[in-house]
Design a protein around this ligand. Structure first.
Ligand code: HEM
Length: 495
């Protein structure tokens, strides 16, 4: 295996920059392609690569397909990207794959929605995502100031929307992990990229479960099938650049609003005692069953009767040996659907191998203020998760997880239920089964706790590819000149 070229892979692939409390995600539109390429050239020198992911401030950058076309990639070059990226998250059949219907339909999104024909004024199309991270507010103010000034210079780009994730005050972490708005520690289970240097501490079963081929997350390296995932190329006349996609990857962004009041009301209503009184202990039990971990992060597979914060960061478990029928962690729990580990099929080794072909490096951060007294109702402020994940194959990884596991009513032999946290539940409420012996319990009345508010597929290029992008015009002009001197060679118009 060739070692990961960490100096060329953007840092977000190997680190969520957990020590950087502050983050800003700027959604940008290209206004002047030539100036924008100049800006990209300057930015390339500042982008944080994977070999220096723990600096005081970090910068990463990614592009939508429309963005790359606006910056000058021609049709032939765009066609070297995979269909989900070319079509975008909001293509009609992808809406169905992702369950983006009803209240999740892109027409209601705050950003990332397609232009409707005749719409005036058309919504600004997102071309670039600039990710900024800093350790404290002062440093962030400085970083954001410098970058917004430089991107706007010469009318290069415009900020369409600035997303501001922020940790929940006073609940930044359980151990070293953040807490999301439903109140659970999040981020404990992450694949470790082979060759990233992070795999050295893991051995035996943990390594088998967690260390994943680099090609699953970075283009240019063998993937889980031992093959190279096709990567995009530039076709600069006279000098095809094969290396454009190498060390790049895809970043999925989903802006997910969470209805915390509805979630807590559901837990409360479903667990009231016979005299109608709330039963806090039962509500916590049901919450853990929906997720597959207690609020501290302790996996139900390890501790199924009570929360145990000492197990908060525990990720060394499978389901097949200890919990094949879901009596500890229900078959339909969020973590079991989104990563069934060794549980699907009769051979746990094979099952794990197959499940590991669908892993995601999650990079989400929460946004919005904490809802203080959820049982008193919503306060009218939006809050949720800016879900992000890195994967080399959007179709086989993110879309598969969302469609074939989370949204699948027949997942793991279940009958008609979907992911209890994520799904767009049917009118009248969805169901959730808690397997138990001798009889299972079926809970009804689940509402849609999460609503999609925006999203897009981005290409997160390697640092070298950023330089190629910045130099595109010069390259094309030079190649055109060369082509004019050699009349028989096919030429392409400069952008
Ligand atoms: C607001 C929406 C969401 C919430 C509140 C949420 C919450 C959580 C929590 C609390 C965990 C357990 C912590 C951990 O194992 O790291 C988790 C794990 C996970 N989630 Fe989500 N999640 C959300 C959206 C999504 C989406 C959209 C996907 C992908 C389609 C996803 C995929 C995963 C995966 C792969 C895991 C790790 C499972 C494992 O390896 O055990 N989540 N999520």
């Amino acid at each position: 295996m060739s070692a990961l070229e960490r100096h060329d892979v953007q840092g977000f692939v190997v680190s969520g920059y957990g020590k950087m409390r502050e983050a800003r995600y700027l959604l940008l539109g290209v206004r002047d392609p030539r100036e924008a390429r100049r800006w990209i050239g300057e930015l390339a020198g500042q982008v944080t690569a994977s070999d220096r992911a723990e600096e005081r401030r970090c910068v990463n950058v990614a592009f939508t397909c429309e963005g790359l076309a606006t910056l000058g990639l021609d049709r032939a070059e765009i066609s070297t990207f995979p269909p989900p990226f070319q079509e975008g998250m909001t293509a009609e059949h992808r809406q169905r794959i992702l369950g983006d219907t009803g209240a999740n339909h892109p027409e209601y999104w705050l950003w990332g929605r397609p232009v409707k024909s005749g719409e005036k004024p058309p919504p600004s199309q997102v071309h670039v995502l600039l990710l900024l991270f800093a350790r404290d507010e002062d440093t962030m103010a400085e970083v954001e100031g410098v970058h917004t000034q430089s991107l706007a210079a010469g009318g290069a780009l415009e900020v369409i929307r600035s997303l501001k994730p922020e940790p929940l005050p006073g609940r930044q972490s359980v151990g070293k992990f953040g807490v999301e708005h439903f109140g659970f520690a999040d981020g404990m289970s992450q694949p470790v990229v082979k060759g990233s240097g992070q795999e050295d501490k893991l051995g035996g079963d943990d390594a088998r479960r967690t260390v994943i081929e680099a090609g699953e997350f970075v283009l240019g390296y063998p993937n889980g099938y031992g093959k190279l995932t096709p990567w995009p190329r530039l076709t600069v006349p006279g000098r095809a650049d094969e290396s454009f996609g190498r060390n790049g990857t895809y970043l999925v962004v989903r802006h997910l609003a969470q209805d915390v009041a509805a979630f807590c009301r559901f837990l409360d209503n479903s667990t009231k005692g016979p005299n109608g009184e709330s039963d806090q202990e039962q509500a916590e039990w049901l919450a853990a069953k929906l997720v597959g971990r207690w609020r501290s992060g302790a996996p139900l597979v390890r501790s199924h009767h009570r929360d145990d914060p000492d197990l908060g960061s525990d990720n060394s478990f499978g389901f097949a040996a200890v919990d094949p029928y879901g009596e500890r962690c229900p078959l339909g729990a969020h973590i079991r659907r989104s990563n069934p580990r060794d549980s699907l099929g009769s051979d746990p080794y094979k099952a794990l191998e197959l499940a590991n072909l669908h892993r995601l490096v999650r990079r989400g951060r929460v946004y919005g203020s904490e809802l203080k007294n959820p049982l008193d109702g919503d306060d009218g402020h939006e809050r949720g998760l800016l879900f992000m994940c890195v994967n080399a194959n959007i179709e086989r990884q993110f879309e598969f997880v969302q469609h074939t596991w989370c949204n699948n009513p027949k997942f793991a032999g279940l009958y008609d239920e979907q992911d209890p946290l994520l799904a767009n539940q049917p009118e009248g409420g969805g169901s959730f089964t808690v397997q138990d012996a001798p009889i299972r319990e079926r809970v009804g009345g689940l509402s849609s706790f999460v609503t999609v508010r925006g999203g897009a597929y981005f290409f997160l290029p390697g640092v070298r590819a950023l330089r190629l992008l910045a130099a595109l015009e010069g390259e094309r002009a030079r190649a055109d000149g060369a082509a004019r001197r050699v009349p028989k060679r096919e030429t392409k118009a400069a952008p």
